[in-house]
Design a protein around this ligand. Sequence first.
Ligand code: F6P
Length: 322
Amino acid sequence: MIKRIGVLTSGGDAPGMNAAIRSVVRTCLHHQLETIGIRRGYAGLINDETVSLSGRSVSGIINRGGTILETARCDEFLTEEGQRKAKDAIRYHKIDALVIIGGDGTYRGAIQLWERWGVPCVCIPATIDNDLNGTDITIGADTAINTALEATDKIRDTATSMERVFVVEVMGRKSGYIAMQVALAGGAEEVLVPEREYDLEDMCHDICEGASRGKRSWIIIVAEGAAKAVDIADKITEITGLDTRVAVLGHIQRGGSPTAYDRILATRLGVEAVELLVNGDSGKAVGIRDGWVVSTDLHVAVKKKDQTRDVDYFYKLMKDVT
Ligand code: F6P
């Protein structure tokens, strides 16, 4: 029977992680379980950095970005020695099960803990990239899109005022989700994502054609994994001769107060993660599908999400209305 649950956040932080921690702690209280917070993800597990979490410790955090537990990317956890240290800390603190909040690297760590070391684990998807299987959307993606969109809208103001091409680089090393959503919501003229091949000559041809019809400004959204915005901008200037500027949005996309959507999603998924563990389930990732909370085997959840259909659909939609 589970008496004490550990919770940690790992990998890149995502807005809404705090709301998920809060939900986990409060659901544990509801079931009369203790909650131990582990600081700095798997690194904190290895180095035994824990903190007892009460209802009070998570008050006033639902609206805060980042994670009160802090987070890290931890190479040592990939080694057997690192995992053994983590397992020892779990045993020492009498932690019966873990709720692990993060992205695909985090999921892979949880699989190790569960299958190799017998620690019951349930994962909660939190990454701005929205690239995990087993959920329609991950915690943090909605906030990141809104942050990037707000910035893009502002860039549009100066682009139209000064008749310029702007290349806006958003996050997403392997995922074009943020780029595609921002392009659509921001009325961008073009979007480059890692999941889709692009032809710069074609794009410049479209820009020139637009210019000949009297168009005077363009917003090109580039996912960081598709290309570097500066390279694209150089090419555009070289081919079209138009005045081109670059904006790399960077880590502002990971910060800030989570949207209502992310807070509610995090709250629902936090409850489900604890309920699964209480009911003796493990090796799962919780998620949301068609509006309902679901759970998926971690091996399936960790597989790269096939975004091809979505990307094709959204790209066509964007071009049709440009
Ligand atoms: O995984 C989330 C993410 O923000 C990616 O979009 C980005 O490529 C990466 O993390 C950046 O990671 P770091 O902050 O470690 O440089």
